[in-house]
Write a protein of this length. Structure first.
Length: 313
């Protein structure tokens, strides 16, 4: 049974991303032989290893202690999207680092009546004091909040999978606690909320009855603390290809030096994803691109898109 992990808008966002708005880089696959300076055709029996390019750390931009996701953290975001990146630390003060993906807007409000609701028909909004708000692409947001005080983050589901990550630390590379939600899929029109009160990371709640009451607690994918929370990088992702007749056989490879690889999914259209269990054949003339997702056991996600080469004539 296909597993729909990415919505249409998200996939478009992913493919053009690898910049989770945080810098340059490409998640397009390219032959590993090119990395080594060899000709693309080298390798026994025409086999090739392909790997995901990652943004150059020096090109990344830190935002108030928010290190950029070097995998382009994730969701229609097929450019990699989960986990913080390798940008230098710019803050030595504890904060909550929140990422939300797959939504149109995140409203931030404090206890003094300030909020960042869009003004008029444009995207401009007044900032909330002591917070940092950054929109990455169309549907990815990063928010940095002080560890004390009352702040409420509210966002609306449009029927697409939503990812949420909350990191408690002096930066988002060395957290003391990390809570992540992958592929939260409420009905369209349902609001979700994080209500920070100065007492640590709050539960993610939904207004399941659309009555203005956030009564339903959403269970996190992971809730990590101590050494386990320090795993903030998604799996490394690569593909190996060989040719059989008029088809291209694809082998997906994923490795993770932290918590280990939990699951791998692939798709031929970028929308319906299936669990990867063994090499598969692709007709490159009909499916010129394949999409791959790899999750680790800390709910860090890496997503890549790869051009499928056609067998030699």
């Amino acid at each position: 049974m296909p597993v729909t992990l990415l919505s249409k808008a998200m996939l478009a966002f992913l493919s053009g991303l690898v910049a989770l708005a945080m810098g340059s880089g490409s998640l397009r696959g390219r032959p590993a032989s090119e990395e080594r300076g060899e000709s693309p055709g080298s390798g026994a029996h025409g086999a090739r290893d392909w790997q995901v390019d990652k943004p150059v750390p020096g090109s990344q931009r830190a935002v108030e202690g928010f290190a950029k996701d070097d995998r382009s953290q994730s969701r229609q975001r097929l450019a990699t999207r989960t986990g913080p990146g390798a940008a230098p630390r710019v803050s030595d003060t504890r904060a909550f680092y929140v990422t939300v993906g797959g939504v149109e807007w995140v409203t931030v409000a404090d206890a003094f009546g300030h909020d960042n609701s869009p003004v008029g028909s444009g995207d401009s909004a007044f900032p909330v004091p002591k917070t940092t708000f950054l929109q990455e692409g169309d549907k990815d947001f990063q928010i940095v909040l002080p560890p004390t005080g009352v702040y409420t983050l509210t966002f609306l589901s449009h029927g697409e999978p939503i990812d949420v990550a909350i990191i408690d630390g002096v930066d988002n590379r060395t957290p003391t606690r990390a809570v992540r939600y992958l592929d939260v899929d409420p009905e369209a029109g349902v609001k979700l909320q994080l209500a920070f009160t100065g007492n640590g990371i709050p539960d993610l709640r939904s207004d399941s009855h659309r009555a203005g009451v956030f009564d339903a607690v959403v269970q996190p994918t992971v809730d990590l603390s101590g050494p386990a929370a320090l795993d903030v990088d998604g799996p490394d992702l690569a593909l190996s290809i060989s040719f059989r007749g008029g088809l291209t056989e694809v082998t997906v490879k994923a490795s993770d030096s932290g918590s280990g690889v939990k699951a791998i999914y692939y798709s031929l259209d970028g929308f319906d994803f299936k669990p990867y269990v063994a090499p598969f054949d692709v007709d490159a003339s009909k499916n010129p691109t394949i999409y791959v997702i790899a999750d680790d056991n800390a709910a860090n996600r890496t997503v890549g898109s790869f051009d499928v080469p056609r067998p030699p004539k």
